[in-house]
Design a protein. Structure first.
Length: 305
DNA sequence: CAGGTCAAGTAGCACC
DNA sequence: GGTGCTACTTGACCTG
């Protein structure tokens, strides 16, 4: 027994003691009288106060309390009444317990136990509900994550594809491929590349732009990429990607070409390390402008190897 | 008859 | 120490 308490389920006297109620015959009578007209008569409940009161003889009274109790379910009316009270307040004050017991024709102990069990059932249901919410949330996040992984793989493939194409172009054209599309240049400058930039940052940035554009050629996982030239992204050398810088109309074609080649000797100029002296067959001679506009990039996708 | 449900029993804990 | 609570168990009853 817990804490020396006596829970005599089959002995009302003991039960009443356990509830801190008087168990003298007078007090018991008073209690029984007060319960003589219960609102609910649990025909199958363990102790029905009306039945007790009906068994007016001392013998029957004794028999009623000493025969081994069999567990009886509360009647639907009793359960409904308890449920309504539970909705109002799931905790049970002593006074309320007595009152409910009177109205239901049950022992206060029975009411207390019903509330205890009801709280346990409510908690179990609440846990199930919480689990359902968490699981759906987890499933949604998992789906998002898997989609992002697929997108990442797709973009990686795109990077490889474009890099290969550029390298093949470089082989054909001996001019360094530094004159990148204006659109690409602008996008990259909006994303200062530092060593702390994560893959996901680039991915998100690309998503904000046109995913099919060349912005995806920057492979964040490659340490040899533009990450080694932060000034490129920071815009410290804005002239590098000024489209007209290498096709200065004030210079002759020959002069312009010299300037272009000189600039490409500077490490700073090689902002895209993977692009080693690319040349393009359709390049205007003596200039560094490849006429490489983003709008013209789409056909790149379909170039055969 | 197995398994589910529910009232009741029990142990342990916190609070006063 | 008494009391009330939670968590877990037990046993009666119900149901397919």
């Amino acid at each position: 027994m817990a804490g020396g308490r006596v829970y005599g389920g089959s002995n009302l006297n003991v039960v009443l003691q356990g509830e801190g109620l008087p168990c003298s015959s007078d007090a018991l009578d008073a209690l029984l009288v007060s319960c003589s007209s219960p609102s609910f008569h649990g025909a199958r409940s363990m102790v029905n106060f009306e039945e007790i009161n009906a068994n007016s003889t001392e013998e029957d009274f004794d028999e009623c309390f000493h025969q081994p109790e069999k567990k009886r379910r509360l009647s639907p009316d009793q359960v409904q009444f308890l449920e309504k009270n539970f909705e109002v307040e799931n905790k049970l004050e002593p006074e309320r317990k007595i009152q409910l017991a009177r109205e239901l024709g049950l022992q206060p102990r029975q009411v207390a136990i019903w509330f205890q069990n009801r709280r346990a059932r409510w908690k179990t249901k609440q846990l199930e509900k919480d689990y359902g919410v968490l699981k759906s949330s987890y499933d949604a996040l998992k789906a998002d994550y898997e989609n992002l992984l697929k997108e990442k793989e797709k973009l990686k493939t795109e990077v490889v594809l474009l890099t290969d194409k550029l390298l093949s172009k470089e082989r054909d054209c001996q001019v360094p491929a530094t004159n990148w599309p204006e659109k690409l240049e602008l996008k990259c400058q909006t994303t200062p590349k530092t060593e702390t930039v994560k893959d996901s940052d680039l991915l998100l940035n690309c998503k904000q732009e046109d995913l099919s554009s060349n912005s995806s050629v920057f492979d964040a996982e490659s340490p040899t990429e533009a990450g080694n030239s932060p000034e490129f992204f920071a815009g410290n050398s804005p002239e590098i990607f000024e489209p007209d810088n290498y096709s200065d109309s004030s210079l002759g074609e020959e002069e312009s070409g010299k300037v272009c080649k000189e600039r490409f000797k500077s490490p700073q100029a090689f902002v895209l390390p993977k692009l080693e002296e690319p040349t393009y067959p359709d390049q205007a001679s003596g200039t560094c402008n490849y006429g490489f506009h983003v709008d013209d990039q789409e056909p790149l996708w379909f170039w055969p190897y």
